[in-house]
Design a protein around this ligand. Structure first.
Ligand code: GTP
Ligand code: OAA
Ligand code: MN
Length: 625
């Protein structure tokens, strides 16, 4: 049977009605996609350890995975991707809302009907010769009040194993859907059929993919169609596609927030607990902050999530947050016992590594793991590698996929379905100049302004020029499923519903400021607890639980007062500290002009409150001697 158009969703709920439910018949949808893509077999997954092991064994036999040494790295594997398929492809990521204006100026918009027709062409027969796996999953604890269900169809066993780690895959999800729960349908194909239309066999390769890629989202009908890539952010559809792009639209319509944020619990030496969420752009330190080993005695940091948080006002007026994921898909390079010992311990066993280097004894290596590389490395492309050869041994965006439960610093409450109450929200970016180590927003509105104006140097997590400065509002530039300016308005709206007495305070941080010689001024990693400690002490002061002076005003926000940031035992000179907190009114006047240009790109959708914040910033800057 030839299907020329994609099966439409059963009930097209128009945008902005407040109704999230788009009901579909699960089995009919699976059958329709199978008719379109023509797999040889359809397998309904249950998420069991036996299923995972069988898939892993199959991938070893197929050459997709290399088993690592069972003593050095039990239950672990190395995958080498096609060299062209190593990162998210933002240029091929589409938001197909009915109205172009709803996608906003920062997303690639496509007309949904035109995109459906185009996708029907590329998906037709795309699974020939392969198995189509049906992966029912929950984002967030199964049945939790903030959680959501999805079903991913995929012809990639690597993706099934990744989804088993990153989400909660379970047959119970099917039972919940049968009982009437709505779900997000997500279709994925690597786009490498093993038979041509005429039936000629095509040889398989270890990492099948296609030069043509589509990462397409239909926000109104809450659908995802991904074609041509096996890389995490493009292919594990529960992650960026669902938990950020589609969920951000659900949140807009239903009054909650889906954000690119880590989530931690901080305990002070006095035993007081705080919860902090922080949004940094891709490869800018979320995983590292989430697993931080504090350098300050008496402080404790526990991990709740490292990449995505869903935020919802609780009945008591607090802002509650869950981590919708179940695992970490983290950046390998730079991860070491010195920078992130908790991550290193997490990766001890049962980890899938992608695009790292292989040691002669069957273990993994990447730049920064040890000061010196071991001898006899094989690089991420499978070639022998020597120091000084001019190529990295591990791809700069090489990653590990591992269950969050394996993390030694995981908080006991990380799976609490009701989430944790947030005390502080932090925005950050990678800025060599200008942006101080830490600043506190003057108000919620100013906090939204700080989030909206984040800029950061581009990293290897997506295609593009590494190091180029770009605006990345809320660290959501590649992940917001609707107009970014509407997202800012939504943040203002959500903030207004929170109890001002417990509403989280908002901060901005920058671990990446450099001196004229290009040296990082701040040691970062475990030392970042000093900044977190100041942040939660500011929370105490705001709630009247401390009366000492913690902050001094600056044009860009409140900065730590002299002595308020604990620098005891820190190897940073007073001069470096001054440079870290320096706010130069001349360069900031330029930033303000750039912000005005940036806002202009969103036309009249920018909330008036943010124009007002820009005016206030300029006022404060001109008042600086
Ligand atoms: N200098 C410095 N580098 C850091 C710090 N924290 C993290 N990094 C480096 O930044 C890179 C990315 O850090 P991650 O924590 O993996 O970034 P992430 O925000 O979780 O990234 P995504 O998974 O892409 O969303 C790694 O190479 C880290 O070593 C820090 O405090 N200082
Ligand atoms: O989604 C991915 O591929 C990895 C990630 O966390 C990001 O890029 O922010
Ligand atoms: Mn991320």
């Amino acid at each position: 049977m030839t299907v020329t158009t994609l099966p439409p969703a059963v009930d097209r709920t128009p945008a902005r009605t407040g109704a999230a439910t788009v009901r579909r018949d699960l089995r009919a949808w699976v059958a329709d996609v199978a008719d379109l893509t023509e797999p040889d077999a359809v397998v309904w997954c249950d998420g069991s350890p036996a299923e995972r092991q069988a898939l892993l064994d199959g991938m070893v036999a197929a050459g997709t995975l290399i088993p690592l040494d069972p003593v050095l790295r039990p239950g672990s594997y190395l995958a080498r991707s096609d060299p062209s398929d190593v990162a998210r492809v933002e240029s091929r990521t589409f938001i197909c809302s009915r109205a172009q204006a709803d996608a906003g100026p920062t997303n690639n918009w496509r007309d949904p009907d035109a995109m459906r027709a185009e996708l029907a062409g590329v998906f037709e027969g795309s699974m020939r010769g392969r198995t189509m796996y049906v992966v029912p999953f929950s984002m967030g604890p199964l049945g939790g009040p903030i959680s959501q269900l999805g079903v991913q169809l995929t012809d990639s066993p690597y993706v099934v194993v990744g989804m088993q780690t990153m989400t909660r895959v379970s047959r119970r999800v099917v039972a919940m859907i049968d009982a009437g729960a709505s779900f997000v349908p997500a279709v994925h194909s690597v786009g490498a059929p093993l038979r041509t239309v005429s039936g000629t066999a095509v040889a398989d390769v270890p990492w099948p993919c296609n030069d043509t890629k589509y990462i397409a989202h239909f926000p109104e009908t809450r659908e995802i169609w991904s074609f041509g890539s096996g890389y995490g952010g493009n292919a594990l559809l529960g992650k960026k596609c669902f938990a950020l792009r589609i969920a951000s639209v659900m949140g807009r319509d239903e009054g909650w927030l889906a954000e690119h944020m880590l989530l931690v619990r901080l305990t002070s030496p006095q035993g007081r607990r705080y919860h902090v969420a922080a949004a940094f752009p891709s490869a800018c330190g979320k995983t590292n902050l989430a697993m931080l080993t504090p350098s300050l005695p008496g402080w404790r940091v526990e991990t709740l999530g490292d990449d995505i948080a869903w935020l919802r006002a609780g009945p008591d007026g607090t802002l509650r947050a869950i981590n919708p994921e179940a695992g970490f898909f983290g950046v390998a390079p730079g991860t070491s016992v010195a920078t992130n010992p908790a991550a290193i311990a997490t990766l001890d066993h049962d980890t899938v590594f992608t695009n790292v280097a292989l040691t002669p004894d069957g273990d993994v290596w990447w730049e920064g793991l040890t000061p010196e590389p071991p001898e006899g490395l094989v690089d991420w492309t499978g070639q022998p590698w020597e120091p000084g050869c001019g190529r990295p041994a591990a791809h700069p965006n090489s990653r590990f996929t591992v269950a969050a439960a394996q993390c030694p610093t995981i908080a006991d409450s990380w799976e609490d379905p009701d989430g944790v109450p947030l005390d502080a929200i932090v925005f950050g970016g990678r800025r060599a100049t200008n942006v101080p180590l830490v600043a506190q927003a003057h108000s919620w509105e100013h906090g939204v302004f700080l989030g909206a104006t984040v800029s950061s140097e581009q990293t290897a997590a997506a295609e593009g020029t590494v190091g180029e400065l770009r605006r990345d509002p809320f660290a959501m530039l590649p992940f917001c499923g609707y107009d970014m300016a509407d997202h800012w308005a939504h943040w203002l709206r959500v903030g207004a519903t929170l109890d001002p007495a417990t509403r989280p305070l908002v901060f901005q941080v920058n671990w990446f400021r450099k001196d004229a010689a290009g040296r990082y001024l701040w040691p970062g990693f475990g030392e970042n607890v000093r900044v977190l400690a100041w942040i939660v002490e500011q929370v105490d002061r705001a709630r009247g639980e401390r009366t000492d002076v913690g902050a001094v005003p600056s044009p860009v926000g409140l900065l730590p007062a002299p002595g308020a940031l604990d620098t005891s035992g820190l190897d940073v000179t007073d001069e470096d500290l001054r440079a870290l907190l320096d706010v130069d009114p001349r360069t900031w006047a330029v930033e303000a002009d750039l912000t005005e240009d940036f806002f202009a790109g969103f036309g009249d959708r920018v909330p008036a409150a943010l124009h007002h914040q820009l005016a206030l910033l300029r006022e404060r800057l001109s008042g600086t001697p």
